[in-house]
Each structure stands twice: as C-alpha cells, then as structure tokens.
Write a protein that binds this ligand. Structure first.
Ligand SMILES: [Zn+2]
Length: 328
C-alpha cells in the first residue's frame, strides 16, 4: 500500500462497520457557515431544529469526522458533517478526508446531499458594467465543474473501490437540477436578505473544483480561467467542491450552492468587494444557515432528474475482462 493523491491507504481496514446514525438527507456544511464556528447547532435550535446526538464514527480509513444528527420542525431527520468532513490541523488529502466523509454518508443511506461553498469569480466580464456577470455577493447554482486535482471517484475497500467495469457515471447534470430549483426558491424566500443576483443552472456557470488548499488561485490561474470561460461561453468560479463523481457513484443527488465572496485572485485594496469581509463574517453565515435548514427540512427526494439514470450499468463482460480478484 502506498500514499496516493487522494490520501493514504496504509491504514485501510475494510472490516470496519458503520455505527453512526442513518438518514436520507445530509449536509456537509461548508465555508458559508464558517462564521458560526461550532455554534451551528445553537443557531439551528433557535429555529426549531434539535440536535439529537453527535457521533464520531470509525471508517475503513481511520477515525471519521463529526456527524451531527438533527430533527427539524417538520419531523424530518438529517445529518450534518461540518465543513466537508475536514478535521482541524489535518491535511484533508493526506488523511483521506473525502473517503471518510463519503463512506459515512453512503453507509448512512444518504440520498440527498447539500453542500455549500464560497468562491471567487473568474468571470471575464468583471471590468464591464455587465449586470449578467458573476460578481461578489451573488448566489450561484453551478451547471458543471472543472477539476484541478485527481479527485476521488470511489471508496477503497468497498464494492465502490473501482466500479468502472460495472457502472459508469455520466457527468451531465452533476448538480441535481430540480434541487437547484429548490435552492433558488428557498434563497428567494429569505426574509431579511437579497442576493445581488441568483445565477441558476441556466446561466451555465462552471465550478472549478479545489477542495483543500492553503491559498487563493494565482493571477495566472485566474487569467487562464477567465479566458477559458469566455471561449466556452461559461463563466468560471473557483471554490471548494466535493467530488461530483463520488456523489453519483454513491447514489446521491448533489445539491450545490456557492456564494461568490470575491474575485478569483482574492480581495484587492481598490476593490469595492473588500466590504464583503463583513458580509462573510456577519451576514453570510446566518443567511447560509437559514438556507440550509429550510432546504433540509422541506426538500423531498427528486424524481424529475437523471441522477440515477446517469449512473449507467455496463455489460457483465466488462468486469470479466479484468484479472480476477486474488484469492484471500
Ligand atoms: Zn437528482
């Protein structure tokens, strides 16, 4: 066993059984609610959501992240794993954070997964007084994604370790379109806050995945993404994004919202978006937490989407074309 780009396999223990709570709905939180620190449950309690328990399940890849079990005012139960399953002072890639998180969600029976992110805009229209541009202060429900890293697409030590010969994930509609419409409606119903603009999937915004890193994108990366976006007619935002392939392989509808907090290169002194620091710390966590709670308590499992159909079963010959599994 050796360390790979998505984490270390040296401690893999496929015999671990899941002992945490089960639910069909879950959220991984994300940077929009960072400003609440560890007080999300207090905020939720004030709005009628009870945190029933907090778990710390073991996974085949080591101790997993915290799993919070909630019951909303409607009686709906859901799970919350804070901040993409990341653990303080642990390198998410080195510690297989995305494997641990998705293994938990998969074992818990999650079918609808809500994730939020904050992002920088690399819209090429940034200098124009173009009202259509994706600007700081906007809400984005992305259409598609790009990835800069080798993202995990399976769960080592399980039947999903490498399922390509048996089923293939077609990555049209990586972010469930009906769930995006629910998020849009929930955002428009926020009582005390209006996003400057909501860009739905019809706006064709691309989310450039980078789940864990210690810096903003470089000027060169941002320029490249601006040019690429103009060429393909799809504005690009950069921000945290869990693996859409892994979500699809695990049988989940992925609902993703992004709040644009700045331009891709980060805040600039002459940039009016500098005032968004306050938005990020004071207004945004409340707005995002309200949005997440409303969604989780009210949304149903969508039927008018292709998320399941796009995980295509393949002929049995394909698996038989590989070497057989080694005798144990
Ligand atoms: Zn779906």
């Amino acid at each position: 066993m050796s360390a790979g780009p998505a984490g270390s396999l040296s401690d893999l223990d496929p015999s671990v059984e899941y002992t945490g709570p089960r639910a069909a709905f879950a959220t991984l939180g994300g940077s929009p609610t960072w400003g609440l620190g560890e007080r999300f449950h207090e905020f939720a309690a004030a709005r009628g959501h009870t945190r029933l328990a907090v778990h710390r399940p073991r996974t085949p890849y080591g101790l997993g992240p915290q799993v919070e079990h909630y019951r909303g005012p409607s009686g709906r139960e859901f799970l919350r794993i804070p901040t993409y399953g990341q653990v303080v002072d642990e390198d998410p890639l080195l510690h297989g954070s995305e494997w641990k998180t998705f293994w938990i969600l998969w074992k818990a029976g999650v079918r609808v997964l809500l994730v939020g992110g904050t992002s920088g805009s690399c819209d090429w229209r940034r200098t124009a007084a173009d009202e259509d541009a994706v600007r700081p202060g906007d809400l984005v429900l992305p259409k598609s994604y790009l990835t800069r890293d080798t993202m995990p697409t399976g769960l080592p030590g399980t039947e999903l370790e490498f399922c390509l010969p048996r089923q293939v994930a077609i990555m049209d509609d990586p972010f469930c379109p009906p769930l995006a419409e629910v998020l849009r409606a929930d955002a428009e119903r926020q009582p005390d806050f209006r996003f400057r603009r909501i860009h739905g999937p019809d706006a064709g915004v691309v989310l450039n995945r980078w789940l864990a890193g210690n810096g903003f994108e470089s000027l060169a990366t941002c320029r490249m993404l601006e040019v690429s976006g103009r060429q393909i007619g799809m504005p690009v935002i950069t921000g945290d994004c869990v693996s859409p392939v892994l979500a699809r392989v695990c049988g989940m509808h992925l609902a993703y919202y992004h709040v644009v907090a700045n331009w891709g290169t980060g805040l600039e002194p002459e940039d009016p978006t500098i005032t968004l620091n306050r938005l990020y710390l004071e207004t945004l966590p409340t707005v995002a937490a309200n949005l997440e709670l409303a969604f989780l308590d009210g949304v149903g499992e969508p039927t008018a989407c292709r998320c399941r159909e796009l995980l295509r079963v393949r002929p049995p010959e394909y698996a038989r074309a590989l070497s057989p599994r080694a005798a144990m």
